[in-house]
Design a binder for this molecule. Structure first.
Ligand code: GMT
Length: 378
């Protein structure tokens, strides 16, 4: 198949999933066309069946806001015609599903039929999409998609609760390339980051308020009072400065390593003992899955799709949003006994196997085939 993929090219989970999906589909013989405003961060390899087409939005002084969706839909029309793209998979409803629908309508005028698959990732539904400013357009573009998927059952339930949806929704969870995380703890350069007696705690996110990064600091503060520990803090975002200040106030700055954005998540997770994800909301929690695939147990909240990924008392523990006391207690419980920690690590890796990309990517292929077949009948 010739498949167009529209996504955000940044470090966010939706862009990562879209990029990894495109790369795997290309290995399975499909021709993939990424169409977005920058080369996706995880798109390191351009091969003969992976293409990247940049959307440019020229600045024009009359426009207070530059019309990205207009430029995107025009680019989609051009690329579909130039490369005979058969199906378009858009990741994140705003504004991708809307721009895709406009492209579809323009192409129809020329007798070209373009089926659209929309994957909802989370904040496009739970935070931004349900805002009255966007809700009518988001509802419309979901209903006009030929197929709709969500990354968890919880996000499907939220979508049906928050919007008037007339389409069937398929749940296709986030997935992981287990090979990439299969380091077996032999070659992790742990000694570079901490002493042998120190436990390594890790947090990775885009440091937005929804990630509750102050809770990460509170939990780590409790841990390091009881045992030698270091915190690996990975990501950039609006909360970073506040976090640095708080670490300074608490006198733990020397125990926290700030990495900024990193493309070496697997290497950092390789030497981690525990992962913290105390989010306000999380449709799936790809970061938690990446940790588990590395054999790192997870202390998370029980919000959204997290209970579908992190299994209570097996791969880690889940608590109510904001219950840092319980999260700290559970973290110490896992870390304070080496044999227990090893069991949690083994179980985390086992649970991650359920989300092997070889099992999940064919679900998308089946959706494309089914959608194309249905559209041919129409
Ligand atoms: O929250 C993020 O880190 C970014 C966000 C995005 O849209 O890029 O992630 C969402 O999509 C990921 C991939 O499907 C999910 O694993 C994340 O849980 C989800 N984030 C939220 O729901 C807050």
């Amino acid at each position: 198949m010739k498949i167009g993929i529209v996504c955000y090219p940044t470090f966010g989970g939706s862009g990562v999933v879209a990029t990894e999906l495109g790369l795997e589909l290309s290995k399975r013989g499909h021709e993939i066309h990424f169409i977005t405003y920058n080369q996706p961060v995880r798109l390191e390899l351009i091969s003969n069946n992976v293409h990247y087409h940049e959307v440019n939005v020229p600045e024009y002084p009359l426009f207070h806001y530059q019309p990205y969706e207009l430029a995107l839909s025009s680019k989609l029309v051009d690329m579909v015609k130039l490369h005979d793209i058969e199906i378009l998979h858009v990741h994140y409803a705003i504004p991708h599903a809307y721009a895709a629908y406009m492209a579809k309508k323009m192409l129809k005028e020329e007798g070209i039929h373009l089926p659209i698959v929309t994957t909802l990732h989370g904040t496009d539904i739970t935070l931004v999409g349900s805002h009255p400013f966007y809700k009518p357009a988001v509802t419309f573009s979901i209903n006009k998609s030929d197929a709709v998927t969500t990354v968890s059952q919880s996000l499907k339930d939220d979508t049906l609760r928050l919007f008037d949806i007339k389409k069937d929704i398929n749940v296709v969870p986030n997935f992981i390339d287990l090979e990439k995380y299969n380091h077996g703890f032999t070659d992790c350069q742990r000694g570079m980051m901490a002493n042998d007696d120190e436990k390594i705690i890790t947090h990775i996110s885009n440091l937005r308020p929804v990630k509750r990064v102050q809770d990460v600091i509170s939990i780590f503060y409790s841990i390091q009072k009881e045992m030698p520990a270091k915190l690996m803090f990975i990501g950039e975002g609006p909360e970073k400065e506040k976090v640095e200040l708080r670490c300074q106030e608490l006198g733990i700055l020397d125990k926290v390593v700030f990495f900024g954005r990193s493309n070496e998540i697997d290497k950092i997770l390789c030497f981690s003992d525990l992962f913290l994800l105390p989010s306000q909301t999380e449709s799936f929690g790809l970061a938690a899955l990446e940790a588990m695939a590395s054999g790192v147990p997870v202390i998370s909240t029980n919000t959204g799709g997290l209970p579908e990924v992190n299994i209570q008392s097996i791969s880690g523990f889940l608590s109510n949003v904001g219950n840092v006391e319980e999260m700290s207690k559970n973290a110490l419980y896992i870390l304070s006994n080496d044999e227990r920690l090893k069991n949690f690590k083994d179980n985390a890796r086992k649970e991650a196997l359920k989300f092997d990309l070889h099992a999940i990517v064919p679900k998308y292929e089946a959706i494309y085939e089914d959608t194309l077949a249905k559209c041919l009948v129409l």
